[in-house]
Design a protein around this ligand. Structure first.
Ligand SMILES: [Zn+2]
Length: 107
């Protein structure tokens, strides 16, 4: 069944949209004529839930500190150290997937 666009009455195409940070895709209907987009409530709710789950437990604000003239760093606070069982000397892989993200992978 093809949904009709509430704006112009043209047929809408079902498109699944990948939202950054969420596992599931959000299902949307996009008008082929005027570009109107409507998300399916259920799938949008699932995506929102996933985003919240990712965000809430480990979102800690920290300051970057100066280590030496041209090196910056930051500390892992004790909650992170404890929950990930980190110890000094451990190696991590740093990747930068975008201008706003730094990902640390533990060995
Ligand atoms: Zn339309």
């Amino acid at each position: 069944m093809i949904m009709k666009c509430p704006k112009c009455g043209f047929g809408m195409e079902k498109v699944s949209v990948k939202i950054e940070g969420a596992e599931s895709k959000a299902l949307s209907h996009q008008c082929l004529k005027c570009g109107f987009v409507e998300f399916e409530k259920d799938s949008a709710a699932i995506v929102l839930k996933e985003l919240k789950a990712v965000k809430s437990p480990l979102r800690i604000k920290q300051k970057i500190v100066k280590l030496s003239s041209n090196r910056l760093g930051f500390y892992f606070n004790k909650n992170i150290v404890r929950s990930l069982k980190l110890s000094s000397g451990e190696e991590v892989f740093v990747s930068v997937p975008g201008k706003k993200h730094i990902i640390l992978n533990l060995k």
